[in-house]
Design a protein around this ligand. Structure first.
Ligand SMILES: Nc1ncnc2c1ncn2[C@@H]1O[C@H](COP(=O)(O)OS(=O)(=O)O)[C@@H](OP(=O)(O)O)[C@H]1O
Ligand SMILES: Nc1ncnc2c1ncn2[C@@H]1O[C@H](COP(=O)(O)OP(=O)(O)O)[C@@H](O)[C@H]1O
Length: 297
């Protein structure tokens, strides 16, 4: 709850938001951003919540909502609105979570990266079933480990054994599967870990939403560009055979879509005949990481 009186807003801790300092760089003081409906504001207490995303902050109150512009610099490393004094508390409403507050810790991503001598990022491997995602993910993790770099593989199949066991393969469940893995991957990257997410992730929109969770450049999409026919010939789990026989419905590539990425950072293309081994393919990803400086703090 905040107190609104005479055009000023006071947080529960008694901190005024009506000063010229406002909410942070580029954000108008409360008295200004509430002015669109200020004639209807009466002094007294008012339910109040703030929803923030890059580019805007939506202020919800019983009077309705108003939106103010936020600069990139207003967000801290976790993408939350920052620049508040220690004593100020900014409550947010995110989804169904109301009146929540982001807690900053003195040990941050930069400190963790220094400790690990690497930069946290997400390597997102997408492709059809049997295109070689897991093989490349494991090879990559092995090479990084041998070089003293900390990585962690989030494999779609594996995560569905636990966190995502409640999800099926219908479109909305795949979207939720990808969203959750994207959020977990983001936490790993924030921990300074090189997180390798390996899942079909058939829809471009879902992959792009995960990309948007991370700072520019920290989401590296790797497309396993392997023809369906090759994947089907491999068929290590016999799933394509079952799908062709109609015993599995909605199988990616057979009777469910796979939207090929158009702007992946890395494309690992099947060359036919003596194709590259997973280790060789992982080597391409390592070169990219070296070039972009991820293997040093
Ligand atoms: N209907 C259907 N379509 C595709 N794949 C299926 C399906 N049913 C089960 N499987 C098995 O589940 C693995 C894919 O899980 P993912 O979490 O990566 O899929 S998704 O990103 O949510 O689309 C996938 O593993 P990989 O072969 O490693 O890709 C399959 O073994
Ligand atoms: N580069 C490759 N060349 C030949 N076979 C491969 C290659 N990568 C993977 N395989 C084989 O293809 C099958 C599927 O690989 P996998 O990594 O499990 O794919 P996905 O995780 O995409 O389902 C496995 O039998 C694996 O040994």
């Amino acid at each position: 709850m905040i107190a609104i009186g005479g055009g000023s807003a006071t947080l529960a801790g008694g901190t005024s938001l009506s000063s010229s300092r406002g909410l942070g760089v580029g954000i108008k003081p409360c008295s200004t951003f509430l002015s669109s409906s200020s004639s209807s504001f009466k002094p007294g207490f008012l339910g109040f919540s703030v929803h923030s995303s890059k580019g805007s902050v939506r202020i919800n109150s019983m009077e309705g909502s108003t939106t103010v512009t936020v600069n990139e610099t207003d967000f801290n490393t976790n993408g939350h609105v920052g620049n508040l004094d220690e004593n100020q508390s900014l409550l947010s409403s995110i989804g169904n979570s109301t009146n929540i507050k982001w807690h900053e810790c003195s040990v941050n991503k930069i400190e963790r990266q220094k400790l690990l001598k690497q930069k946290g990022c997400v390597i997102w491997i997408t492709g059809l079933s049997a295109s070689g995602k897991s093989s490349v993910a494991c090879a990559l993790s092995q090479i990084l480990h041998s070089r003293g770099k900390l990585s962690y593989v989030l494999d779609g199949d594996n995560v569905r054994h636990g966190l995502n066991r409640d999800l099926s393969f219908k479109a909305e469940d795949r979207a939720e599967n990808i969203r959750r893995i994207g959020e977990v991957a983001k936490l790993f990257a924030d921990a300074g870990v090189i997180c390798i997410a390996s899942l079909i992730s058939p829809y471009a929109r879902d992959r792009d939403a995960c990309r948007a969770l991370l700072p520019e450049g920290d989401f590296i999409e790797v497309f396993m560009d392997v023809p369906l026919q090759v994947c089907e010939e491999r068929d290590p789990k016999g799933l394509y055979k079952l799908a062709r026989a109609g015993k599995i419905k909605g199988f990616t590539g057979i009777d469910d879509p796979y939207e090929q990425p158009l702007n992946s950072e890395i494309v690992l293309k099947h060359k036919g005949g003596d194709c590259d081994s997973p280790i060789e393919m992982a080597g391409e990803v390592i070169s990219f990481l070296e070039e972009k400086g991820f293997l040093q703090a």
